[in-house]
Design a protein around this ligand. Sequence first.
Ligand code: F6R
Length: 603
Amino acid sequence: MCGIVGIVGRNDATEVLLNGLEKLEYRGYDSAGIYVSQGLNKGSLVKVKGKIADLRAAVHQEDVGNIGIGHTRWATHGQPSKANAHPQSSADGRFYLVHNGVLENYESLKAQYLNDIKLQSQTDTEVAVNLVATLVQKEKMSVLAAWQKMVQLVKGSYAFVLIDRENPQQLYVAKNKSPLLIGTGATFNGVCSDSLALLNVTNSFIELHDGDTAVISSQEIKIFGQKNEAVKRKTYSVTLNQDDLGKGTYPYYMLKEINEQPAVLRFLEKTYLNETGKAVFDSRLLDQLAQAEKIYFVAAGTSYHAGLVGKALIEKLAQIPVSVELASEFGYHLPILAKNPFFIFLSQSGETADSRQVLLKIKKLGYPSLTITNVDHSTLSREADFTVLLHAGPEIAVASTKAYTAQITVVALLAQALRQKLDPDVINFDLKQQLSLAANGIQTLIDQQELIEQLAKDYFSKTRNAFYIGRGQDYYASREAALKLKEISYIQTEGFAAGELKHGTISLIELGTPVIALITDPETADLTRGNLKEVEARGAHTLTIASENLAQSKDQIIVPQIDPLLSPLLTVIPAQLLAYFATIQRGYNVDQPRNLAKSVTVE
Ligand code: F6R
């Protein structure tokens, strides 16, 4: 949520900021702005309501400088508008601030310190920048002291970067709960919410911890810990292929990412399975998992849906009970936990605030944890005891696709490793073969785009609502299928347990309501077909996605044969494509749906 970038020591600062914001646009895209300095008390502030392309168009030739800050916003306090866009400036015009996060006590701080100031925006950020100005003006503090005092006064989450017009050679930085990294170069330094923003100028980064503040010039980086003591933080390199960052020849990132799924699965198979088919993970991780009386998946959104599929994989393969928990609920309503619990955090971004508050709580209780994430060095990865990477490459489209299939695959691999550890003689689940079938099957389904595009037109061009139904793994895949369709096409869609419809929700079925059934499990196939008949009798427009061995002549989409435990890897593909085409046909932006952002760093 919200993307921040700052740079000092580059004559092309404006371009570095705009380029960085383009890479961060997935984090929010309702308004944006930059401030670049042309020297003492000279600078350009450009802000727009809209996207980075609008910001680029609003930037003039003279808006140059060698230091600057930029921001792309996902509104929390105050609607998207030019006035509420960042950078926010202090009333005296001296300080410019960008912020990602939420300040819980901004109203009381405003009442206590800023009575004489007329604020121009509805943002909490404007309070923070005016606090710095007030502490400098009235309490005669140095800017650094005022900066650190402001950070102590605010409560909540923040990644902050500030420029002082009277000393435009350095960036003041602070971080708590929201992600922020320092990017380093020989003659410049920068700061960003995600390394993607500065990857075209550096691949060397320094991680900041919660409570850190820093002062960054072109030649020097000073970092301070919570008590303002000088601290050193870890430097690391990011090795990412620049090609991974663009759309290539695809019209949207989502389509590119859907197409990457077979390659991701094959890469995971190669990474985590050896030649003999043995799943290989850190032995200390497997030891701790094997001792768990119960495993808890904690996640949100699509990752939560991957956890639901993962539950059956671990329970069936490793015979360890699993509970799947919504992070935003679990942390505040901890149930009675099993003895020796083990927590697995599933998170594409590794930054989700809802998941992180649970991680912090269970760490305090002394329980072991693993983060399964796509982003190395992300917060959840750093803070858990173990990390397993998804290796899916950057996922830029807001609607998650390849991260979901990668999460299921990694959990399957982990389940297999546990099974091999707990019962080395029993290896009757050939995961290598299954994953290879899955990768090929995904490709077969992707190759049916023309059919799926037509079905999207037939089923979704006019409808207001829709249902996906299924049982077992098909039900869990239905939950994800429904999320895909609703979040980008705005068709109100529910993923429902097929047998549960008749207990109330069937009253929503009207003439023409699309009901899409996923049928891949021989044990329940007939039951789900019966439920389809029930909705057809009430006028529903039904569509069936069935596996080869269960297919009937009228089924519209046939998915290749695979073990039903892993069927969501395949059934989700037509659902992703149906969502994609329905959204295009309805005229919406596939990659940037309204009201949403990727990487949800507020609770
Ligand atoms: C939906 C989607 C979200 C995320 C959720 C958790 O397509 O992407 O539902 O899955 O916000 O994000 P992560 O996985 O980054 O923790």
